[in-house]
Every structure is written in structure tokens, then in C-alpha cells.
Design a protein around this ligand. Structure first.
Ligand code: CO8
Length: 257
């Protein structure tokens, strides 16, 4: 069905492999169009999405430099808009999205990882925004997300120098949630996914919406929104089940209702 994506279902987990072996999984417009279609058509039964890179070496080595090289300013802005739109859709999916960063996450690859909710890195992963070495800036919303994640000062250092950083440094600055040995990466991502799958799906969806929205709100507006969403949770059967299960000293059985 896809030429540049591999999609693997394992019960409620969906694993999306970006697969462009000839360019270390660089994102060209065809890959981005396929990702857009994938995100638009994701099955309701998927409870957690894991995104990773196919192969041993690379998560995504950035946007495709060969495709970008001869673009004019309008074509470049259009390309940037395509990538940013797909990444924003990923960020707004109402299920948790985990980036399992198995290797190079450079430029658009780092930006893709940052659009995910959680990043687990292999100890072999390398992160960076090398765009200034190419005469451009991060164009898939990286200036925004990197500054939000690690703070403007560290984001500026990374972007102004274009330097790659290792996984342990990415952990230190808060760019990734955890670092594991390469052979444990997918199992760790799945273990995390399975922990989330046992929880109440509506509550996770609302919590994700709150956190995403609150990033653009004043604290007072965010508190008001959270209060309202908290109230909404009490309209769900899962809330009754979760609290009853606690009081009855048993595991809850959530029904996504
Ligand atoms: N685009 C196109 N081809 C690529 C890319 C890329 N980003 N990265 C690697 N490749 C290709 C190489 O050209 C090479 O092809 P070939 O075998 O035909 O020569 C193949 O992949 C293997 O790469 P290398 O031989 O270079 O492998 P190394 O192990 O020596 O190095 C690196 C691996 C360090 C990852 C190196 O390939 C590299 O530095 N790649 C480029 C990284 C980069 O600069 N990424 C940022 C790109 S810009 C970007 O992402 C901007 C996003 C916003 C765009 C907004 C739209 C305008």
C-alpha cells in the first residue's frame, strides 16, 4: 500500500517505520504525502502509535536535500508547509505517539521526533538541527518545538551551531525521555505503550489535549480548561470503573466509554 512506509500492527499498538533506505530515511514530498495519508486513515482501534526508522542506522536523516536543492522560495515554503502540517497532525492525534529513535534524527528527523509525545532513544541515536550548515533554518516547526522542549538558550545553541548531540546529551537537556541499549529500543517502546493501553483511553485523550492546548494558553485559561475537562471525565463509564476498581482492590477494565 505504501512505498516509503512500513506499518506493523501488534494488537492495539501500531508501529510506523519510515523506510527510505537509499537516503537514510530522508523525508521527500512523496514520503510526507504517504505519512499524511497514514495519519488521516489511522484505525480507531490503534491505542498507541510508535514511529521509528527502518534499518539500523537512521531514524530520519532530515528532509531530502536533493529534492530541496533547486526549489524557489515558494516551493520551499510549500514543502515546509507539507511537513509541518503532517507533523502537527501527528502531534494532535488523540492517542499517545512514541518516537523510538534508533539512529540519526537530524533536521526534519529531529523535528519529527519532537512532534511525538514521548521520545525513547537508542544509545546510538544522534540528534541535531544542522540546517544552518545548508543555508536554511529548521522548516518543519523545529524552531518552535525545540525551544519549547529544551528552552530557547539550548535550542539556539543547537540551531546556531548545527552540531549533532549524542543520546545521553539529549537526555540531559530534556530532548528525550529515556535512553536504552539499541537492542532494547523497540521492546522499551512497546512496554511503555502497553502501560498506557491498560489505562483509560478517554482520560489519556483529554489529558493530551489539555497539555497540548495549555502550551499556548495563559495559566488562568489553562486552569479553567482543565477544570472543565476534569468534569467531563466524570461523564465516562471508565471513570466509574477506575474508581470502583480501586476501592474494590481489583484491576480496572476500561471500555473506552
Ligand atoms: N537528504 C538526502 N539524502 C540524504 C540525506 C538527506 N537529508 N541524508 C543522507 N542522505 C543520503 C546520502 O546522500 C547518501 O546517498 P548516496 O549513498 O547516494 O551517496 C546516503 O544517504 C547515505 O548517507 P552518507 O553516505 O552521508 O552516510 P554517512 O553515514 O556517511 O553519514 C549522516 C550519515 C551524518 C546522517 C549524513 O548522511 C548527513 O549528514 N546527512 C544529512 C543530514 C542533514 O543535514 N539533515 C538535515 C536536512 S535539512 C532539513 O531536514 C530541513 C527540514 C525542514 C525542511 C523545510 C522545507 C524547506
Amino acid at each position: 500500500m505504501y512505498n516509503y512506509l512500513k506499518v506493523v500492527r501488534e494488537d492495539a499498538i501500531c508501529i510506523l517505520y519510515i523506510s527510505v533506505p537509499q537516503s537514510l530515511n530522508a523525508l521527500n514530498s512523496k514520503v510526507l504525502a504517504e505519512m499524511n495519508s497514514f495519519v488521516d486513515n489511522i484505525d480507531d482501534s490503534v491505542r498507541v502509535l510508535i514511529i521509528t526508522g527502518d534499518g539500523e542506522k537512521s531514524f530520519v536523516a532530515g528532509a531530502d536535500i536533493a529534492e530541496m536543492k533547486d526549489k524557489d522560495e515558494y516551493q520551499a515554503a510549500e514543502f515546509a508547509n507539507l511537513g509541518s502540517t503532517v507533523f502537527r497532525k501527528i502531534e494532535l492525534l488523540d492517542i499517545p505517539v512514541i518516537a523510538a529513535v534508533n539512529g540519526y534524527a537530524l533536521g526534519g528527523g529531529c523535528e519529527l521526533a519532537m512532534a511525538c509525545d514521548i521520545r525513547i532513544a537508542s544509545s546510538k541515536a544522534r540528534f541535531g538541527q544542522p540546517e544552518v550548515s545548508l543555508g536554511i533554518i529548521p522548516g518543519f516547526s523545529g524552531t518552535y518545538r525545540l525551544a519549547k522542549l529544551v528552552g530557547p538558550s539550548i535550542a539556539k545553541e543547537m540551531i546556531f551551531t548545527g552540531k549533532n548531540i549524542k543520546a545521553d546529551e539529549a537526555l540531559r537537556i530534556g530532548l528525550v525521555n529515556s535512553v536504552v541499549e539499541p537492542e532494547k529500543l523497540m521492546d522499551s517502546a512497546k512496554e511503555l505503550a502497553n502501560t498506557m493501553i491498560k489505562k483509560a483511553p478517554i482520560a489519556i485523550r483529554i489529558a493530551k489535549k489539555c497539555i497540548n492546548k495549555e502550551l499556548t494558553m495563559t495559566i488562568d485559561a489553562a486552569i479553567a480548561e482543565e477544570n472543565e475537562d476534569f468534569g467531563y471525565c466524570f461523564t465516562t463509564k471508565d471513570q466509574k470503573e477506575g474508581m470502583s476498581a480501586f476501592l474494590e482492590k481489583r484491576d480496572p477494565e476500561f471500555k473506552n466509554k
